[in-house]
Design a protein around this ligand. Structure first.
Ligand SMILES: [Zn+2]
Length: 356
């Protein structure tokens, strides 16, 4: 409401004219919707100045009543219109301001959300799985808490074997109150026995997973570690098949230029057994600190399945043959990425893990 001149008749009444001017002044000073509402209450509220004026008409002398009543209602009408107009204009203004204030600046760079990634060891396991799946193998899994039978006995590990000692294996107290039968598996091989029990040959499987041994943690040992073991049982499988398979795997995993060599070794459930070395990834076989000058790095153990194992699972040892191999996932990760200490994998230090 602009500062309009007081309409003629209102101006003639000193009290009403002054009320009109007061309303105009207050309304002009009101700079927000709540302030306008305060003015409305002050003039038109239950105890407002105009309301009181109109309520007081009945006490006036009769000759004033009609005139003041007419002018009072005229003033009330002016006030209502003026308040509404100002409130509407103020509302538009505030809305505009809010829109300006809350407007999105789409040219600002967004908040950077850190993306997680798979753990290096999970990536290595997946890589190994992919290579063998490509050769037609199936991935199988089994329990981490295992029976002695599957972890040792059915794998041709005799009662006296040192790996069965309390110094090497985590035994779990079983319902009978002794520590004889239940343990944390020391290898993922028991999965292979379980698969052979339920699946007739031919069999082409790998079993990735955690294994546990009573080791003091150091740069190359961890009481919990990961293995991938493989098992093939079919008719006419030879040592040549084993060597060809591992050669293919090694080149896929570490690069086409890698060579492998077999060194005779002993494992209870394979005969003959061998350890497999890959030509050093760091020095390309010339000899360095990592390979201790030999030019070779040990990466896995393997062998032809001992026919004794077939007896445990009901396979006909005369008609089938096969091979098995096992590798430590941490060791492969250490070699592939030249990580100096196995404990880094389990420290959950994001500065290391983010690099992979
Ligand atoms: Zn080397």
């Amino acid at each position: 409401m602009s500062r309009e001149p007081v309409p003629g008749e209102l101006a003639e009444d000193p009290k009403l004219g002054e009320l009109y001017r007061e309303l105009q002044r207050d309304l002009e000073a009101a700079g927000s919707l709540p302030a306008i509402e305060d003015v409305r209450v002050a003039f038109l509220g239950r105890k407002g100045k105009i309301t009181s004026l109109l309520q007081g008409i009945k006490d006036l002398v009769p000759e004033d009543r009609k005139r003041v009543g007419r002018l009072g209602n005229q003033l009330k009408g002016y006030a209502e219109r003026a308040l509404d107009e100002k409130a509407a204009a103020m509302g538009d203004l505030e809305l505009e301001e809010a829109l300006r204030r809350e407007a999105l600046d789409i040219s600002l760079p967004g908040k950077c959300i850190q993306r997680g990634s798979r753990h290096l060891l999970s990536q290595i396991i997946e890589e190994i799985e992919d290579i063998f799946i490509g050769l037609g193998y199936q991935v199988v899994e089994g329990p981490e808490v295992e029976l002695d039978y599957y972890n040792f006995e059915a794998l041709n590990t005799p009662e006296w074997h040192p790996s069965k000692s309390l110094q090497d294996t985590f035994y779990i107290e079983n319902p009978k109150g002794d520590y004889q039968d239940v343990l944390l598996r020391t290898q993922t091989s028991p999965v292979q026995v379980r698969v052979m029990e339920t699946t007739p040959p031919p069999l082409y499987v790998i079993s990735p997973g955690k294994a546990f041994r009573y080791d003091v943690p150091d740069a190359t040992h961890s009481p919990m570690f990961h293995q991938v073991e493989g098992l093939v049982v079919d008719e006419g499988i030879t040592l040549g098949d084993l060597k060809g398979t591992l050669e293919y795997f090694t080149k896929q995993m570490f690069g086409q230029e890698r060579d492998i060599r077999f060194r005779p070794h002993f494992f209870p459930f394979t005969e003959p057994s061998a350890e497999v070395d890959v030509s050093c990834i760091i020095c390309e076989g010339k000899g360095c600190r990592v390979c201790k000058g030999s030019g070779w790095l040990e990466i896995l153990g393997c062998g032809m399945v001992d026919p004794n194992v077939y007896k445990y699972v009901g396979y006909d040892e005369e008609s089938v043959s096969g091979f098995a191999f096992g590798m430590g996932v941490e060791r492969i990760a250490l070699l592939k990425y030249a990580v100096p200490d196995i404990r880094y994998f389990f420290d959950n230090d994001l500065r290391l893990l983010r690099q992979f």
